[in-house]
Design a protein around this ligand. Structure first.
Ligand code: DOR
Ligand code: ZN
Length: 465
C-alpha cells in the first residue's frame, strides 16, 4: 500500500461539486492531493492529522494584500504578512504592486522577488502596476510572472507618491489604453474604483470649509464617487473585452451596477468586497478616528445590507481583505486632522473567523464561504483547480477550522506589525483556525506556531505569450 506524506482524517471536508461539507479522508503526496474519499481503512502515512469535529476548507486565497516589502517594512514585511496569512487559514496571497519602488517593470518585479527571498511562509503571487507611463512594460511584466495588474483611478496624496507612481490613472482615455494592453496579456485588470475629479473637488471643499473631523473623510468620498468609477470601468471592460475585477466594493450603487453588468452574457467583470465593509458603517470613523480611515470609506447600514445581498446573489464574487497596515504613529497624524492620516486597515489574519461569524448569524450560508474566500478567487485569476480546490491533483492547500470555537480577537496576538491599529480588536468571533497547510506542509498550527520560513513559493500568472 502507498505511503502518503500526510493524511487528514475525521474532518468534514468541503466539496465544490456537492456544495456541502461531509466526512472525507484526504491523502497527500508530494504536495498534491492524492485522494479524497469517504474514510475506509487506515492508509499508511508519515504523518496523520486528526481533524475530528473540524471543518476542512480549501486554503484561503487573499488576492488583495499590501505587505509593504520592499520599502516600507516598518509597516509590514513578507515574514509578518505571510505569518498573519498562515494564522488566518490563508495559503496564498497576492501582494499589491504599491511597494517602494512600485512594480512597474519586469526587472523591478524580479528585484521584489529577490527581496522576498525566503521570507514567505505561504505561497504568494505578485501584481504588476499598470498605467500610461509603463504601457510598454505591461506585457513584459506579465511574462515575468505577474499574476494580474492593478490600476488606481484616484490620485494619491503627495506624500505617498513614491508608493503609487506608475499605478494610477485619472482619465478614461488613459484607462482605455491601459485596459487594452492588459487585456492582451490575458491577465485580469484590477481596478481601484473611486473617481479622482469629484473626490478632488469635494476634498478641496472640505478643506476650504475647515473640516478636519473624521467624518470629513466620508463626506469627501461619497457613494456616487465609487459608482462613477465602477461605471467607467465596467463600460470600458465591455468596450475592450478586458477582464476587469473591481476591488473593495463598498456601496449599494456599485453592487447594483455589478448586478446589471453580470446580466450581460459576455460580461468579463468580477468584484470583491472586504470584511471592514461588512462589519462597520461610517459611525466607526466617529469612534476610532484615523484608525477607521480607509479607501473607499466605511458606508451606511443600507450599503452593508446591499453588499451582503450581492455576495449571496453572486454580484460580488469574493471577500478578500485589502490588508493595508500603517503604523500607530502614522495613523495618529490624523488625530486632529483626518486628512493627514494614511488610509488602510490590517485584515489578512481575521477574515475567516469574521466570515464564519456572519454565517453563524445567518447572513451568509456556511457552504458558500469556501467559494467566496478561495475557489472563486482562484477561478477569477485562472489558478483553478491547481489552487482553490479540494480535488485530486490540486495543490494540497488546506485550512482546518474549529467552527464551534468562540473566541475574542486580541490585536496584540496578531502577527501584523500594525497590530495597534486593528479595528476588530476585542470582537467575539466564531471559528478558529487549527492548521493551515501549504502544498502538504503544515505552515501553522494553533497553540504550536509556524512551520519553517520559506515554504512559500511564487505562483506565476497564466499570461499569453
Ligand atoms: O485604504 C486603503 N489603503 N485603500 C487603498 O486602496 C490603499 C491602501 C494602502 O495601500 O494603504
Ligand atoms: Zn489595496
Amino acid at each position: 500500500m502507498a505511503t502518503f506524506d500526510l493524511v487528514i482524517r475525521g474532518g468534514k471536508v468541503y466539496s465544490a461539486a456537492e456544495g456541502t461539507f461531509s466526512e472525507k479522508q484526504i491523502c497527500i503526496s508530494e504536495g498534491k492531493i492524492a485522494s479524497i474519499e469517504r474514510p475506509s481503512g487506515r492508509p499508511t502515512a508519515s504523518r496523520t492529522l486528526d481533524a475530528e469535529g473540524m471543518l476542512v476548507l480549501p486554503g484561503l486565497i487573499d488576492s488583495h494584500v499590501h505587505f509593504r516589502d520592499p520599502g516600507l517594512t516598518h509597516k509590514e514585511d513578507f515574514e509578518t504578512g505571510t505569518k498573519g496569512a498562515a494564522a488566518g487559514g490563508v495559503s496564498l496571497v497576492f501582494d499589491m504592486p504599491t511597494t517602494v519602488p512600485v512594480v512597474t517593470n519586469a526587472s523591478l518585479f524580479r528585484e521584489k522577488l529577490e527581496t522576498i527571498g525566503g521570507k514567505a511562509v505561504v505561497d504568494f503571487a505578485l501584481f504588476g502596476a499598470a498605467a500610461i507611463s509603463n504601457l510598454e512594460e505591461i506585457h513584459k511584466l506579465a511574462r515575468a510572472g505577474a499574476v494580474a495588474f492593478k490600476t488606481y483611478t484616484v490620485s494619491p496624496p503627495k506624500e505617498r507618491l513614491k508608493e503609487y507612481e506608475g499605478s494610477f490613472i485619472t482619465n478614461s482615455g488613459e484607462l482605455l489604453q491601459v485596459m487594452e494592453r492588459v487585456s492582451k496579456t490575458g491577465l485580469v485588470h484590477c481596478i481601484h474604483a473611486e473617481d479622482d475629479s469629484t473626490i478632488g473637488c469635494l476634498t478641496d471643499r472640505m478643506k476650504f470649509e475647515g473640516r478636519k473631523d473624521p467624518l470629513a473623510h466620508y463626506d469627501s468620498r461619497p457613494n456616487f464617487t465609487e459608482a462613477q468609477a465602477v461605471f467607467d470601468a465596467i463600460t470600458l471592460s465591455g468596450a475592450t473585452g478586458a477582464r476587469v475585477h473591481i476591488v473593495h466594493v463598498s456601496t449599494a450603487e456599485a453592487a447594483t451596477l455589478l448586478r446589471q453588468a453580470k446580466l450581460g452574457k459576455s460580461s468579463q467583470v468580477s468584484a470583491e468586497t472586504c470584511p471592514h465593509y461588512l462589519y462597520f458603517t461610517k459611525e466607526i470613523l466617529q469612534r476610532k478616528g484615523p484608525y477607521a480611515k480607509y479607501n473607499p470609506p466605511a458606508r451606511n447600514q443600507e450599503d452593508m445590507q446591499a453588499l451582503i445581498a450581492a455576495i449571496n446573489d453572486g454580484s460580488i464574487d469574493v471577500v478578500v481583505t485589502d490588508h493595508a497596515p500603517h503604523s500607530k504613529e502614522e495613523k495618529e497624524k490624523g488625530a486632529e486632522d483626518i486628512f493627514r492620516a494614511p488610509p488602510g486597515t490590517p485584515g489578512v489574519e481575521t477574515r475567516l473567523p469574521l466570515l464564519l461569524t456572519m454565517s453563524y448569524k445567518g447572513l451568509i450560508p456556511l457552504e458558500s464561504i469556501p467559494r467566496i474566500s478561495s475557489e472563486s478567487v482562484a477561478r477569477i485569476f485562472n489558478l483553478y483547480p491547481r489552487k482553490g480546490a479540494l480535488s485530486v491533483g490540486s495543490d494540497a492547500d488546506l485550512a482546518i477550522v474549529d467552527y464551534g470555537k468562540i473566541w475574542q480577537i486580541k490585536a496584540e496576538k496578531l502577527q501584523t506589525k500594525a497590530w495597534e491599529t486593528v479595528l476588530f480588536d476585542g470582537m467575539e468571533v466564531r471559528g478558529r483556525v487549527r492548521q493551515t497547510i501549504v502544498r502538504g506542509n503544515i505552515v501553522y498550527e494553533d497553540e504550536v506556531g509556524f512551520g519553517k520560513m520559506g515554504t512559500g513559493e511564487l505562483i506565476r500568472g497564466e499570461a499569453k505569450p
